[in-house]
Design a protein around this ligand. Structure first.
Ligand SMILES: Cc1cc2nc3c(=O)[nH]c(=O)nc-3n(C[C@H](O)[C@H](O)[C@H](O)COP(=O)(O)OP(=O)(O)OC[C@H]3O[C@@H](n4cnc5c(N)ncnc54)[C@H](O)[C@@H]3O)c2cc1C
Length: 317
């Protein structure tokens, strides 16, 4: 169903100035998410330079148009009502990887690498294998971007992104670029926030990672093994947004969902995976409402069964 856009004709004309790539109007967000479902966004703009992003953020603020940055859409769901505003996707210079050596006076034998937030995790891993840098292997197989990995503090196999972050560059909602050191970031389980209470809306432009030199073959084998484990444990044949719920302290969401007897439970084409109960899979044409209805049903039944209220890890826009 087409959504009524809130952008005026003039706003649409101006928005196109910030990108050389045609802006998507009334965009079906199923095309931009790994769960292949979701409502529509008024506009989706691909921005390729920091200069244009700065201008765009300033303009959106002045026009009071809501906006969100997305990465590779592997942890989001746009509700069936859609997103009234502009979705920003970072490509072009935001996808670069730059080796900086110990430029930042870092003396603990770690090289500093600047990675643009739009860079796919898989591209960074290929780079790290080619150049024999270790410590990133836990990210192998996670289908997100570097910006998404930092924002979500993505993790697996006992490690998380926070462990390798030296600092980040952000653009705040006033269009100012800021370098934030790792100590000024509050990293939590699948969550990050800035300690500075004055910055609450921002785009992550790049991450600076501290990586150790390693053995190329060992790095490759570790990545391959981690991907193999994922293939064994996760329902990767279906579209999904990965683990749907956060694990409650000391327990696993998958265990609680399975214990409530919910494997295979469906709403339309949305289904609790039979392979991994914390995955909601899209078996065909699941709508965002099918997925959120199933989410609520799981929350209710798990609560009644165990007294624990599961909180979604997936960001619902
Ligand atoms: C099959 C599968 C397996 C997965 N396995 C794991 C796993 O093992 N561990 C794990 O942690 N996650 C996992 N995920 C979830 C997901 O891949 C990660 O959270 C990933 O880091 C999200 O990155 P993204 O670029 O797709 O972000 P998106 O889904 O596009 O966005 C996620 C959030 O980050 C914000 N964001 C994205 N980019 C920026 C930016 N530049 N600046 C500010 N905010 C930004 C968005 O606004 C949104 O709130 C899995 C997902 C799938 C589909």
């Amino acid at each position: 169903v087409a959504k009524k856009t809130k952008l005026t004709k003039e706003q649409k004309l101006t928005l196109q100035f910030f990108s050389d790539i045609p802006v998507g109007w009334d965009t079906d967000m199923a095309l931009y998410t790994t769960i292949k479902s979701g409502g529509r966004a008024d506009a989706l703009i691909e921005v390729q330079t920091i200069e244009n992003l700065t201008r765009l953020i300033n303009w959106l603020k002045a026009q009071q148009i809501p906006w969100r940055t997305i990465g590779r859409g592997s942890n989001i769901l746009v509700s069936s009502q859609g997103f009234n505003g502009v979705i920003i996707k970072l490509t072009g210079e935001f996808e670069s990887i730059l080796y900086l050596g110990d430029k930042f006076g870092n003396h603990n034998e770690k090289a500093i690498i600047r990675v643009g937030s739009g860079c796919p995790i898989s591209t960074l891993l290929s780079w790290s294998i080619k150049n024999s840098y270790t410590d990133l292997e836990f990210l192998a197989g996670i289908p997100g971007s570097i910006g998404g990995a930092i924002h979500m503090n993505a993790g697996a196999f006992g490690h998380c992104t926070a462990e390798i972050i030296d600092s980040i560059t952000i653009l705040d909602s006033l269009g100012h670029q800021k370098q934030i050191s790792g100590e000024d970031i509050e990293f939590d389980y699948r969550h990050m926030s800035l300690k500075d209470p004055w910055i609450n809306e921002y785009v992550i432009i790049a991450g600076f990672f501290g990586l150790r030199k390693g053995n190329k073959d060992e790095i490759k084998i570790k990545c391959r093994n981690n991907i193999k484990k994922r293939n064994q444990q996760q329902p990767l044949a279906y579209a999904s947004a990965g683990s749907f719920f956060k694990n409650p302290a000391g327990d696993s969401a998958g265990r609680l969902i399975e214990a409530a007897g919910l494997k295979g439970l469906r709403k339309g084409d949305a289904m609790v995976s039979n392979k991994h109960a914390n995955f909601i899979v899209n078996t065909g044409k699941a709508t965002a409402t099918d997925i959120t209805d199933l989410m609520k049903e799981i929350q209710k039944k798990v609560f009644l069964n165990s007294g624990i209220r599961l909180e979604p890890e997936v960001k619902i826009l």
